[in-house]
Write a protein that binds this ligand. Structure first.
Ligand SMILES: Nc1ncnc2c1ncn2[C@@H]1O[C@H](COP(=O)(O)OP(=O)(O)OP(=O)(O)O)[C@@H](O)[C@H]1O
Length: 958
């Protein structure tokens, strides 16, 4: 039995929109079914009494009412031919069960208030608060980054979007949440809800097991001679009703008395439940490790954890990581329940429908052969037993052996073909899903990647797809197989001997109950164990990836100690679980074995009485085992299926998500682009930091063919302007136009082809130098000579030729095998090769040392002078911007000054101050250098010239 079982209640919970609704739904469904079963139960018992009454000549003379009354009172003790006790016990169940449930729910309910009661719903309120949605009507957005009245209505909405999200509740919800979810103190008095609940659960278990044992024994020893043929099935049904009522009542009680869950539809699709022991996990919203002392919220259906801090934050739904977001905000993930998942998965499998149908057909045949086998095994045994005439039926024996052999061989062949067919379907599906999903990920907006870790995306491509495919790959076939075996097993058991079945079924309830108890306990331990392993892995991977630092600091022993401690924690939980598992296995095995012994003992008696043959007894045993195994397999399959649906939810959400900046939507860029760009009243903030308004109404004209330099304080928004020019993001307000055409109306895949970019940190691929230079160019549009020419212009050819494999040298992941300056020159070579209309240089030399800077700067100067392109240059040194056609001083998201160098110096503003500071600094450095030279010290002056024209340090100096 899997420790992470998913119950019917969990599935019902996913349909609710609040905790109260979840319980109300569970109550409605469960109580209706329980009440119906009670009606059937009483009906069955009454039918037994009536049949017994009408068939008895002694009673038929009496009035029907007194006949029923008398019959209902008889049957206990030695009166084995009467069924009044069945009626009496059914009435007892009808009275006792609701009473126990009532007390259990009333006094066993967890005392903590629901989170919504204490105000945590403010987090969930994203959806509730915001009615309007972005974009098109069919958009799935939960419009979290937008205030209710829209950005246009009020610029303050843009300036502090999170303020708009806050409602009056500013209390410390985390503390309240924890308090609400804290289990009540341990005590064993009657007022303790936990104790009361356990007591009631125990009473339900004991009462139902005793009634079941009594019923089983009664049926097995009942004298069926001369009674109606309806007696047997009606009595058998009684056992089914008892088991049903017990299981449903227990589940209902657990659900109605559990701690309150939390529904945060804007953060996670399923309800989450507080777990005080959840440690070593990582919060899925902030990626911070969960502190063991605080506990956390956990989804029972999928692997989603949320720390108490995130649960308390009112902006969790806006800035949380790993949410499905596009340029305009967080999108709501698709709501995929088991049925939808199944339909969609089959929809994808639609291309393979013939193969799939063939697999199902073969599987059905396989199941039928499996169900036929035990019967023939029994027949063969019967043929080797001496019959009444003291003979063996040799012919019959041979015939049955032949049929058995034939069925076995066909079964083998069928299983080979159907599993091969299923395998084929699943492999083709995985191929299709992976390709489509990668495509879907790559086309997402840059905003999506801002809030997602690449590791998660890789996991989505691998783990989530695998998890989602698991049922189709293997479970689907075994699901059908086991359903067949379960129902077939039960039916054949009853056909072979309902008396034996009745007796054997007595043990099913207790076995299920014990496994249930163990599963709940083991679940906690297993989570602890997995979390400790994850912790160990994290320690190992961190120390191995930073092995030089570990060695330099001599912290090998410390790392080993931490790693061992995490593993020790896992071992501790593992040992506990092993004991628990051993104990439960022993107990349930005894019950299982007990059932086996019971079957053999009572079956033996039936054989001796001539009621069944030896072969039939063996057949019964085989069907019983078949049914038992199928039941256990189904338990884990349902869980795996539900978990797959949870994995599929993420995959399908991404599958369905269309980016707001769709690369292939918009007008073609067909005209002869001049490169004249106008930014008009552009307002912008990044989604992950909506409180930080980066551009607050920026206006800037970038004339075609000119060099425009952006200067200003770090964090002022210069790189953001470059991002906006590349249309990585759209403006929240205002507009950008290219040659008079609105950016947002243009096809972005074509727009981006107009640009050549050299950024602060050049990202190279783990490919060869040549492949990196021509990255993104269509084959046939360039030659090797073009690549080399571009490299020469970018001052990269010499260092490339110095490498052993020259242009075929592989540069390593992110270009790690070459220096920063060399990487930049390859980036410049890319631009030379592409010959773009617009060149964006975003502090291309800032991450380099003095020597590399010079070489790269030279290459850049050449690039600027040779190309007729429009150039936007973000610079951190005054010397690089002085020759620009236009200099714009950017600070706090606005253009403070603009003009040529001379104009700005004349203006006497910030830029002029920078220039005069630079001049002073230069003079003082020269003086210092002169003094040093006179003192004969070379060392003192070293490095002081560095950054004398660095804009940031000039702005910082007084
Ligand atoms: N992806 C992002 N998500 C959230 N905030 C961001 C992101 N990128 C930048 N910021 C923030 O936006 C503001 C402007 O950043 P930007 O990189 O545009 O400044 P900059 O002027 O280019 O600075 P620098 O000269 O240091 O590169 C900063 O406050 C920065 O912290």
């Amino acid at each position: 039995m899997p420790p992470y079982g998913v119950s019917i209640v969990n599935l019902i919970n996913t349909r609710a929109k609040s905790d109260e609704q979840a319980r109300a739904l569970s109550f409605k469904y469960f109580s209706t079914v329980i009440a119906s079963i009670h009606v059937f139960d009483i009906g069955c018992a009454l039918a037994l009494v009536l049949i017994s009454c009408s068939g008895d000549s002694e009673f038929s003379k009496e009035s029907s009412f007194s006949c029923v009354k008398n019959e209902a009172l008889r049957g206990f003790g030695t009166d084995n031919a009467r069924v009044g006790d069945f009626f009496f016990l059914a009435v007892l169940r009808l009275l006792l069960n609701p009473l126990l449930l009532y007390f259990g729910i009333k006094w066993g309910a967890a005392s903590g208030k629901s989170l919504c009661e204490v105000g945590c719903c403010v987090v969930a309120g994203g959806k509730r608060r915001m009615g309007a949605s972005h974009g098109s009507a069919d958009s799935l957005y939960t419009p979290l980054t937008e205030a209710e009245d829209g950005l246009e209505a009020d610029s303050s909405a843009l300036l502090s979007p999170t303020d708009k999200l806050s409602e009056s509740t500013e209390e410390n919800i985390a503390a309240k949440a924890a308090e609400a979810a804290m289990p009540t103190k341990r005590s064993t008095n009657w007022t303790n809800p936990k104790f009361t609940k356990r007591l009631v659960l125990m009473m339900i278990f004991v009462s139902s097991t005793s009634i079941q044992v009594y019923t089983g024994l009664k049926v097995s020893s009942f004298n069926f001679d001369g009674v109606s043929a309806w007696f047997a099935p009606l009595m058998c049904l009684t056992v089914l009703w008892i088991n049903g009522i017990t299981y449903l009542s227990r589940t209902l009680l657990e659900e109605m008395t559990r701690q309150s869950g939390l529904f945060l539809p804007s953060v996670h699709r399923h309800p989450v439940f507080f777990e005080s022991t959840l440690a070593f996990h990582w919060c899925d919203l902030c990626s911070v490790r969960i502190n063991g002392k605080d506990g956390a919220w956990r989804c029972k259906l999928c692997d989603f954890d949320m720390c108490t801090v995130c649960a308390a934050r009112k902006d969790s739904a806006i800035v949380s990581e790993n949410m499905l977001r596009s340029d305009k905000g967080v999108k709501q993930e698709s709501d995929i329940d088991n049925a939808t998942y199944f339909k969609r998965a089959l929809g994808i499998a639609g291309n393979e429908k013939y193969l799939l149908m063939l697999s199902f057909f073969l599987l059905t045949l396989y199941c039928l052969t499996s169900l036929a086998l035990p019967d023939f095994q029994g027949r063969i045994i019967d043929k080797v037993v001496i019959d009444e005439d003291g003979d063996y039926d040799k012919d019959g024996f041979m015939e049955n052996v032949k049929i058995y052999l034939f069925i076995m061989l066909s079964q083998g062949a069928l299983s080979t073909v159907y599993s091969a067919a299923f395998n084929l379907v699943s492999r083709r599906l995985v191929f299709h899903i992976r390709n489509t999903l990668f495509r879907k990920i790559v086309i997402q907006d840059v905003a999506y990647f801002d809030g997602t870790e690449s590791g998660r995306l890789i996991s989505r491509l691998t783990n989530d797809v695998n998890m989602m495919m698991a049922p189709i790959q293997s479970s689907l076939s075994s699901l059908l197989n086991n359903i067949f075996m379960l129902f077939g097993g039960v039916i054949f058991c009853y056909i072979k001997s309902y008396r034996l079945s009745m007796l054997a079924f007595v043990t099913v309830g207790p076995i299920m109950y014990l496994w249930d108890l163990y599963a709940n306990w083991s679940k906690r331990l297993n989570r602890q164990m997995l979390a400790s392993w994850a912790e160990g892995n994290s320690i190992a991977s961190q120390s191995l990836s930073h092995i030089r630092t570990v060695k330099a600091f001599g912290t090998e022993e410390m790392e080993i100690k931490e790693y061992t401690a995490a593993n020790k924690e896992a071992l501790r939980a593992g040992v506990k679980d092993a004991w628990g598992n051993g104990f439960t296995t022993a107990l349930t095995s005894y019950l299982d074995l007990g059932t086996g012994v019971l079957i053999l003992y009572y079956g033996g008696l039936l054989v001796m009485d001539g009621e069944m043959s030896v072969g039939e007894l063996v057949t019964f045993q085989l069907y019983w085992n078949m049914m038992n195994n199928a039941y256990q397999n189904l338990q884990s399959l349902v869980t795996s299926f539900t978990r797959s649906a949870a994995g599929a939810e993420k995959v399908f959400s991404l599958w369905d998500a269309t980016p707001d900046i769709n690369p292939n939507v918009g007008d073609d860029v067909r005209w002869d682009v001049k490169g004249d760009i106008v930014l008009k009243n552009v307002k912008f903030f990044y989604q992950m930091r909506p409180d930080n308004i980066v551009l607050g109404g920026l206006n800037l004209h970038i004339p075609s063919g000119k060099v425009v330099a952006l200067v200003g304080r770090s964090g002022g928004g210069k790189s953001t302007i470059i991002n906006m020019l590349m249309r990585f993001y759209d403006c929240k307000e205002g507009s950008i136009s290219l040659d008079g055409r609105n950016y947002e109306g243009l096809k972005v895949s074509q727009l981006r082809k107009l640009f050549g970019v050299v950024s602060q940190e050049t990202e190279l691929f783990a490919k060869t130098v040549a492949e990196n230079i021509c990255y993104g160019m269509e084959e046939g549009t360039y030659t090797q000579q073009d690549i080399e020419e571009a490299a020469k212009q970018a001052q990269a050819h010499d260092f490339i030729m110095e490498m052993k494999d020259a242009y075929k040298t592989r540069v390593g992941e992110r270009g790690s095998r070459i220096s920063g300056g060399q990487r930049q020159r390859l980036a410049i070579a890319r631009v030379f090769l592409r010959k773009p209309k617009i060149i964006l240089l975003d502090e291309a030399t800032s991450a380099l040392d003095e020597n590399s800077q010079e070489a790269v700067q030279e290459a850049l100067n050449l690039l600027i002078s040779k190309s007729n392109a429009t150039v936007v240059l973000v610079a951190h040194r005054l010397s690089t911007v002085m020759n620009a056609d236009k200099i714009a001083v950017i600070d706090k998201g606005a253009v403070l000054e603009e003009g040529t160098h001379d104009e700005l110096v004349k203006l006497g503003g910030i830029y002029a101050t920078l220039v005069s500071k630079q001049n002073k600094k230069k003079a003082s450095l020269l003086n210092q250098k002169g003094a040093d030279e006179m003192e004969g010290s070379d060392e003192k002056g070293k490095g002081k010239g560095k950054g004398f024209d660095d804009i940031d340090s000039l702005l910082a100096s007084k």
